[in-house]
Design a binder for this molecule. Structure first.
Ligand code: SAM
Length: 284
């Protein structure tokens, strides 16, 4: 049942129009007004479910003034739903300013959960990501993007980024330049749509894979990158560590890792990560 003087924050599909909850449809059908980030897009969704409703635009360029209009509607006893272009409002989307104002004015805000591209990607990546950091969009300028990546690099959490098709190559190029080549990358493209692709590789192989097929550079992207291996997570014997340290003084990293692995029988990936952090520590 719909309540008066209430704002409903409603998640909508990220592609497949059937990914919407029954409760979301009930709310969209029953509210007095729908505030939408992109009214044209939302009209398409509503038409699919035969819903006709009074709408108003609320997007990043008018969020403050539109939010005040929503408050006026709530004050007049109306119920309002807010939907963003795709997925969950407020997640790399407008909504926070609106919700903040409505709550400050002591009106009720009810979330109606549903699709979200980041969680959708995480659920299908098959990588253990019990801890993740949702970052959303990295800066658009390469220099700023690299600076941000440098900050995020040591975090031991799966990193979650959103990216648009026209920047995907440059963004992945910067990621591969800034983060370790042996970290896992999952590229989740066009989720819930016709050309859905979920591909996992190492960062070292990412650009080759993307460049091999221009179709893989089209559409909407979520990028998941495995967290930094901290020394705490590296299980290597003291003897192997000692050998690696000595060899690193004389040989290039790859060769030192290969020899240490051959001598000690320790996992090459773990030794590689250890070698990188030893090298990093030597620089500081
Ligand atoms: N609020 C949305 C959510 O809950 O996921 C995110 C909106 S944000 C403006 C749009 C970005 O989300 C896209 O550029 C893309 O990175 C990601 N995205 C949205 N739909 C997607 C899809 N179907 N597949 C992959 N990524 C998607």
């Amino acid at each position: 049942m719909i309540q008066k003087n209430t704002l409903y924050v409603v998640a909508t599909p990220i592609g497949n129009l059937r990914d919407i909850s029954l409760r979301a449809l009930d709310v969209l059908m029953a509210v007095d007004v729908i505030a939408a980030e992109d009214t044209r897009n939302t009209r398409h969704l509503l038409a699919h479910y035969s819903i006709t409703k009074k709408m108003m635009a609320l997007h990043q360029h008018n969020e403050r003034t539109a939010a005040r209009k929503v408050v006026d509607l709530l004050a007049a006893g109306k119920s309002v739903a807010f939907v963003s272009d795709v997925g969950t409002p407020g997640i790399s989307d407008p909504g926070a300013i609106l919700v903040n104002l409505v709550r400050r004015k002591n009106y009720c805000v009810v979330p109606i959960p549903g699709a979200n591209a980041a969680l959708c990607a995480l659920s299908a990546a098959g990588t253990a990501a019990s801890h993740f950091l949702f970052y959303g969009f990295l800066p658009t300028r390469s220099e700023m993007r690299k600076r941000k990546l440098k900050e995020l690099k040591p975090l031991p959490y799966t990193l979650v980024f959103y990216e648009a098709p026209h920047r995907i190559l440059k963004c992945v190029a910067d990621i591969t330049e800034m983060l370790e080549a042996n970290r896992q990358l999952t590229i989740a493209r066009e989720l819930t749509k016709l050309f859905e692709t979920i591909h996992t590789c190492t960062l070292g192989d990412a650009l080759t894979w993307l460049n091999a097929d221009a179709n893989q550079q089209k559409g909407e992207f979520v990028l998941l990158i495995s967290g930094a291996e901290t020394q705490k997570n590296i299980h290597v014997s003291d003897q192997a560590k000692h050998a690696l340290k000595l060899l690193l003084e004389e040989l290039p990293l790859k060769q030192a890792v290969k020899l240490t692995s051959g001598i000690s029988g320790e996992n090459r990936n773990q030794l590689y990560t250890l070698a990188l952090s030893l090298k990093e520590a030597r620089k500081q």
